[in-house]
Ligand binder design. Structure first.
Ligand code: HEC
Length: 162
């Protein structure tokens, strides 16, 4: 019985510790996942009809096209998330017609957190590079890599006696 109580206490302490860690510094990535990925997917889906917002790499790509420096792009994202408007939007008009304007997250996410998110996004996306070239679709895996041939040599020692 004592043992059980002891382990419960330890589990309780561990939970408390990880709880405080979570409440402390969060990375831009964690903040992005917590606040933005409910709408912005990070992987281009096969079926775009289910999306409620543009995939994040597309949005960030457009922001980068309009803002030459990281400072400007980060400032734009921090502002846009709090005060979205059709005039400011980097997305094309047809994107906004399709999804509607992004709802403001003012008050929901602090400006300091938004800055971290924006910096993370700027450093991370678009991850495929190359303007417009079919992003996301079919990453070529495996086949045709050099060095694959030659495996399996030496199998089968021709028929041992009998
Ligand atoms: C409730 C859904 C929703 C959430 C949550 C959301 N967004 Fe959006 N976001 C949208 C939609 C819809 C658009 C496309 C229309 C537009 O540009 O306003 C968009 C557009 C954008 C754009 C492109 C802006 C432009 O210039 O057109 C950026 C950048 C962006 N979101 C960043 C974020 C970040 C960062 C977060 C998290 C802090 C976030 N979004 C959370 C729905 C959302």
């Amino acid at each position: 019985m004592k043992k059980i109580i002891q382990s419960i206490t330890i589990i309780g302490m561990l939970t408390a510790v990880s709880g405080t860690l979570q409440a402390g510094e969060k990375s831009g990535e964690a903040l992005f996942k917590a606040n933005c990925t409910s709408c912005h997917v990070t992987v281009h889906p096969e079926d775009e009809s289910k999306l409620t917002a543009p995939p994040i790499m597309g949005a960030v790509r457009h922001v980068k096209m309009n803002h030459a420096t990281k400072e400007a792009a980060v400032a734009f994202i921090v502002d846009y998330v709090q005060n979205p408007s059709k005039e400011k939007a980097a997305c094309e008009a047809h994107t906004i017609d399709k999804f509607g304007l992004m709802p403001s997250l003012k008050g929901a996410v602090s400006e300091a957190d938004l800055k971290k998110i924006a910096e993370y996004l700027y450093d991370t996306y678009p991850n495929g590079q190359g303007h417009g070239r079919g992003h996301g679709k079919g990453r070529q895996g495996g086949k045709g890599c050099r060095g694959e041939r030659g495996h399996g040599r030496g199998a089968g020692h021709g028929g041992h006696g009998r």
